[in-house]
Design a protein around this ligand. Structure first.
Ligand SMILES: *Cc1c(COP(=O)(O)O)cnc(C)c1O
Length: 573
């Protein structure tokens, strides 16, 4: 055995990786993400920077960002572009590359963002941009909108991410990576770029199964949602038009196709030696989607330092100085005195209420149990479940102790059902009058998520089973000692210990009607959570501390990325 000459870090982390994601939450000021998956991509790269992993990220620039959300007095959502200035936040690079698409040439440049880790290592992210004068007017807009436009626009963006991303990395001097990680099916054209490299641009019909096997050894794929709408499927006509007959024939030969459509998740899985789901339950229920593959679970996490409020950072720095470098140390939060947890939480709550007042003019009561619910507004998340019976909610608030609720979340501009949910919350708020205060904050984003997940007393989650692949906002709450009250789905099946880290809604895994879940939710609030909050504050503080020690120490991206390294990037050889 010869391990001489290797530094310990090289032995632990020999793997270089290029990480491709359609969206990335890189910085609170850069609106290039829409929800949990983009935030996860950013948190993954932040962990890679902390851990000194030789990784790079690739995404698109999105000059128009994600849209801005406006809500009128009835809760009707309208949108406007979220223009931002790449020049102020990113470094423009001189490199220019081009790809062929639909018989024409698309020219690309890239901007660089450095994700800096706590130990000084940094991970560069390249944001691809087609707004170059040498492109056709339409092609110049291809990197403007995140999840905007029609199917044609989306497929063009995916060609830019996959084919353009690989070509750009080469032009920047990256000769090879041990792993190409496709975060969600949007990145499924990365393997096609690798195959084109391998054939040196020659006739793609000469690609052999050995070539494909070689590419498969390099590729890893993470699937993020069991919801059909979350997977891109394109008609063969559209794929043929954009990619041309040769590339299309090659993709279809690799069992990416089902029912006369090209299914990008299926394609990404076929080209990968390791496919993972984002929680144990998600792996179980997604088996049917990939019948011939083993779906390995690697449960999501969040980047602890990013999501921890200043008041808790101060407490952790004092008691567990190692926590920033290695989030697993948060397990030692068991030693933090309860009074310090309570004090740090009171500060975080004050910051949140101050922010709410600044944004809305509403002064909430710092002494009242405050429940938070914020995530993308879409039907299966059932944000309005807590309003199933306004009478019951009023009764609980009157009998057991005052309740107030803070909501946030944008609906996709074309998601009518998601928009309707926001309106129903506004209606409920009006009907409740002063008996239960309800605030809906516009413009839910990472900055607001940090206030909300750290400043409320209880984090609520009521998805329809089994559609919550993982969920990450409850993990952010746990890091700040905020317990979760949730339906048992996604990550909560792993993080939930009843009465210890939070509480469950409903009976286990079975699909329950909204009525059953609502009455379970009310019962928990009335008989368990509120009586403890008002009557036994130190018992409540114990739950807060256990949420940190048990869940904060595990549901973070340091642990998650180590699992990627051990299981996906360095598969047993
Ligand atoms: C963390 C986060 C999410 C994910 O929330 P879920 O509970 O997983 O749905 C969505 N949007 C923003 C802005 C976030 O910070």
């Amino acid at each position: 055995m010869n391990i001489a000459g290797e530094t310990p870090r090289r032995v632990l982390y020999p793997s270089s990786a290029a990480y491709f994601s359609m969206e990335m939450g890189l910085d609170f000021a850069i609106p290039t993400y829409s929800g949990g998956m983009g935030v996860l991509a950013g948190d993954t790269l932040r962990a890679a920077a902390d851990m000194g992993i030789p990784m790079v990220g690739v995404t698109l620039l999105y000059r128009q960002g994600q849209f801005r959300q406006h809500l009128d007095s009835q809760g009707i959502q309208s949108e406007s572009p979220a223009s931002w200035s790449p020049k102020q936040l990113l470094e423009p690079l001189p490199a220019r590359v081009s790809i062929d698409m639909q018989g024409r040439t698309i020219h690309l440049c890239a901007w660089r963002y450095q994700v800096r880790g706590v130990t000084g290592h940094s991970v560069p992210v390249y944001l691809l941009d087609t707004a170059l004068a040498e492109n056709l007017r339409f092609d110049q807009t291809l990197t403007d909108h995140l999840y905007g436009g029609d199917e044609y626009y989306r497929l063009c963006q995916e060609v830019i991410l996959g084919l353009g991303g690989v070509v750009m990395l080469r032009s920047l001097g990256y000769g090879s990576f041990e792993t190409y990680h496709m975060n969600e099916g949007h990145a499924a054209l990365v393997p096609l770029a690798l195959l084109e490299e391998q054939t040196g641009g020659r006739d793609l019909s000469r690609v052999t199964s050995a070539d494909i096997e070689m590419v498969r050894r390099l590729c890893v794929f993470t699937v993020h949602t069991p919801v059909a709408a979350g997977h891109d499927r394109f008609s063969l006509e559209l794929v043929g038009r954009v990619l041309g007959p040769e590339r299309t024939r090659l993709l279809l030969s690799v069992e990416g196709c089902r029912d006369d459509v090209l299914d990008l998740s299926c394609l990404a899985a076929s080209f990968s030696h390791h496919v993972n789901a984002v929680s144990s339950r998600h792996a179980e229920i997604s088996r049917d989607m990939f019948p011939n593959r083993t779906l390995h679970p690697i449960t999501n996490g969040v980047h602890a330092l990013t999501w921890t409020a200043p008041s808790f950072r101060e407490v952790y720095d004092r008691h567990i100085p190692e926590w920033q470098r290695d989030n697993v140390y948060l397990r030692y939060a068991v030693r933090i005195p309860l009074e310090e947890i309570q004090r740090a939480h009171a500060l975080a709550k004050r910051e949140l209420l101050r922010e709410v007042e600044q944004r809305t003019g509403v002064g909430l009561d710092p002494g009242a149990m405050t429940i938070g619910f914020a995530r993308r507004a879409t039907a299966y998340k059932r944000a309005d479940l807590v309003f199933s019976s306004l009478d019951r909610l009023k009764e609980i608030s009157r009998q057991v102790g005052p309740l107030q609720l803070i909501f946030g979340g944008k609906a996709h501009p074309r998601d009518a059902a998601g928009k309707a949910i926001i309106q129903r919350i506004f209606e409920a708020a009006a009907a409740l009058g002063g008996s239960v205060h309800v605030v809906y904050l516009e413009e839910y984003d990472m900055a607001l998520a940090r206030y909300l997940c750290s400043g409320v007393d209880l984090w609520l989650n009521t998805p329809q089973r089994p559609l919550e692949a993982s969920g990450t906002s409850g993990m952010k709450a746990a890091l700040n000692g905020v317990p979760t009250l949730s339906v048992l789905d996604g990550w909560w099946l792993e993080g939930h210990v009843e009465g210890v880290t939070g509480w469950s809604i409903g009976n286990g895994l079975d699909e329950a009607g909204p009525g059953d879940d609502a009455s379970s939710l009310y019962n928990k609030l009335e008989y368990v959570v509120l009586p403890m909050y008002y009557g036994r504050p130190s018992a409540y503080a114990e739950v807060m501390r256990s949420a940190i020690a048990l869940n904060g120490s595990f549901f973070n991206t340091h642990r998650m990325l180590q699992q990627y390294l051990l299981n996906a990037y360095m598969p047993g050889e």
